[in-house]
Design a binder for this molecule. Structure first.
Ligand code: XMP
Length: 544
């Protein structure tokens, strides 16, 4: 069973919330009852999550469900419309996901995108065939008949395509709206039946009128109110949390990452001092990070906070350990011990706050063989027998929405935009050797210089992560006419959307030079600085 993060920013605080519990399709995420909703059915497309996010950006709450959930499950959400996503299969392949015809009988409008459109075409009697050539990337759309979807939009417009099967004729009774470079029927609709299909991807930025097309579907076809926003869930969540908790006591493992921070603040808004946050400083944090978390929560937000200085305990455990997985396991186990001790001192806490995000819900809930499953090599976890009732106020939100809620709640930008940081912290960035206090301090100082320069260059937010690695290696150098034998610091900076793949960041040479010279001048034991130019794959982001 996969253990879930409390905060994927920091990850150390995790819980063994049964994946099965999250995966249980019959457990809809918390949606305020009066909110208009669009259900997106996931046929395994690369951009399925993005469709749901785009719909939300347009002010309509949206859930992504596996394609096989069944019409009853969709109906239970009482959505105003249904979107069928793209997918990698051919509608003609044996075993390809099929369209459940009952979905078309729910009395709600349906929009098929790419594979979704081909499913509609096939189900309703149109012609779908493999074309001689595929259509991948930028294409040109020519509108013949605007219908509802293209009303008021330019007759010629660029769009993004990714398909080989192609619709050659629309189903009987449907109007072909547009053609593209390689697709005779790139869009069709039957306003009467409330069924629409588009071959291109409106959700990607390379389709400049994509949001306009989606708007027409949401507003003009589904009559959605378009008033939802991530921030609008704050009041609703607060009411829910109050109802769930009553006058009970709540505990929250605070890591300093954006997820646990926002979750903690929401719960504090709801139940005030009934919440106690526990912040375990394992001594493996970045420079000043512990103090920042304590200051923000205790002094600015007046959240009851137990800060445990556990550095010595963790360093004692790590003594003599250089094997990465052993480091992870020891840190995870010790974390649980410290957390349990603090929870026991608080005595009567019955509820535990978890920063589970919607992407975690989707990833563990899919089980469709289509969605990408992220393998968290996450450290440790809170064991099953902790017997807390969970509070998961971010369960319906994507990461960028969590940030919006954080800003709404007044969380400082520094915390809202914090780059992800692994649970085992700096210990897994001392590579091939023991994480001693001396090395951790050196790495912390090097990392501080890097962060400082990257922030000053205005690049911090553009990078998924930027950090230093300290291999347990010394190299020969010469400084001030003397031979030196010092540490090598590695600079690792990557861009990424989700950490599944990453590219090394092309930092400006002048910035790299400034970073390297500061490290060598300011850190006595460092005589060499190198840059990691490995993408993921083949490399991972972290070195251990
Ligand atoms: P890799 O190194 O696998 O990392 O490319 C992907 C992302 O996960 C983070 N990471 C961790 N996070 N506990 C965590 O909470 C861990 O043990 C751990 N290892 C890696 C890493 O920082 C990157 O964002």
């Amino acid at each position: 069973m996969e253990r879930r993060h409390l905060s994927d920013e920091h990850g150390v605080v995790t819980s063994a919330v049964a994946a099965t519990e999250i995966a249980d399709e019959s457990a809809p995420i918390d949606v305020p009852p009066a909110v208009d909703e669009i259900v997106v059915l996931d046929y395994g497309g690369q951009y399925s999550q993005l469709i749901a996010r785009r719909v939300r950006e347009l002010g309509v709450f949206s859930e992504l469900l596996p394609h096989h959930v069944g019409a009853a499950e969709v109906a239970r959400r009482r959505p105003r419309g249904l979107i069928l996503s793209g997918g990698p299969a051919s509608v003609h392949s044996p075993g390809a996901p099929r369209l459940d015809p009952e979905l078309l009988e729910l009395g709600i409008p349906v929009l098929g995108i790419c594979y979704g459109m081909q499913l509609l075409a096939r189900e309703l009697g149109g012609t779908v065939e493999a074309a001689e050539v595929g259509e991948y990337g930028r294409s040109q759309l020519t509108i013949g008949e605007p219908g509802v979807l293209f009303a008021g939009l330019p007759q010629e417009q660029p769009c993004w395509m990714s398909h080989r099967d192609t619709v050659f004729s629309p189903p009987p009774g449907f109007t072909a709206l547009a053609a593209s470079t390689q697709s005779p029927v790139a869009a069709f609709e039957s306003s009467e039946r409330g069924i629409y299909g588009i071959q291109f991807h409106p959700e990607v930025v390379h389709t400049p009128y994509g949001q306009e097309v989606l708007t027409r579907f949401l507003r003009d076809v589904c009559a959605c109110a378009m008033t939802w926003s991530a921030a609008s869930i704050v009041e609703d969540q607060i009411a829910r949390i109050r109802e769930q908790v009553g006058d009970g006591h709540v505990i929250c493992g605070l890591s300093g990452g954006v997820d646990s921070s926002v979750a903690a603040l929401l719960v504090h808004r709801a139940v005030g001092d009934q919440l106690t946050c526990v912040f375990v400083d394992h001594g493996l944090m970045r420079k000043n990070e512990g103090e920042q978390v304590i200051r923000t929560f205790r002094d600015t937000f007046h959240v009851p906070l137990v800060a445990v200085d556990a550095e010595e305990r963790f360093l004692a455990k790590l003594a003599g350990v250089s094997e990465p997985e052993t480091k992870r396991k020891l840190i995870g186990a010790e974390f649980i011990r410290v957390f349990e001790e603090e929870a026991a001192k608080l005595g009567d806490a019955k509820y535990l706050v978890q920063g589970t995000l919607y992407s975690d819900v989707i990833e563990s809930g899919g089980g469709t063989g289509t969605a990408t499953i992220k393998s968290h090599h996450n450290v440790g976890g809170l064991p099953d027998d902790l017997e807390f009732e969970l509070i998961e106020p971010l369960r319906s939100l994507f990461k960028d929405e969590v940030r919006a809620v954080g800003l709404e709640l007044g969380l400082p930008e520094r915390l809202v935009w914090r780059q992800p940081f692994p649970g085992p912290g700096l210990a897994i960035r001392i590579v091939g050797g023991e994480a001693t206090k001396e090395r951790l301090d050196l790495l912390r100082d090097a990392d501080h210089i890097l962060q400082d320069e990257i922030r000053q260059a205005g690049l911090y937010r553009e990078l998924w992560q930027s950090f230093c690695v300290l291999p347990d290696v010394r190299t020969v150098g010469v400084q001030g006419d003397e031979r030196t034998y010092g540490y090598v610091v590695v600079i690792r900076a990557v861009t990424s959307d989700d950490a599944m793949t990453a590219d090394w960041a092309r930092l400006p040479y002048d910035l790299l030079e400034q970073i390297a010279s500061r490290m060598i001048n300011e850190l006595r034991d460092v005589n060499r600085v190198v840059l990691d130019i490995t993408s993921k794959p083949p490399g991972t982001i972290e070195w251990e």
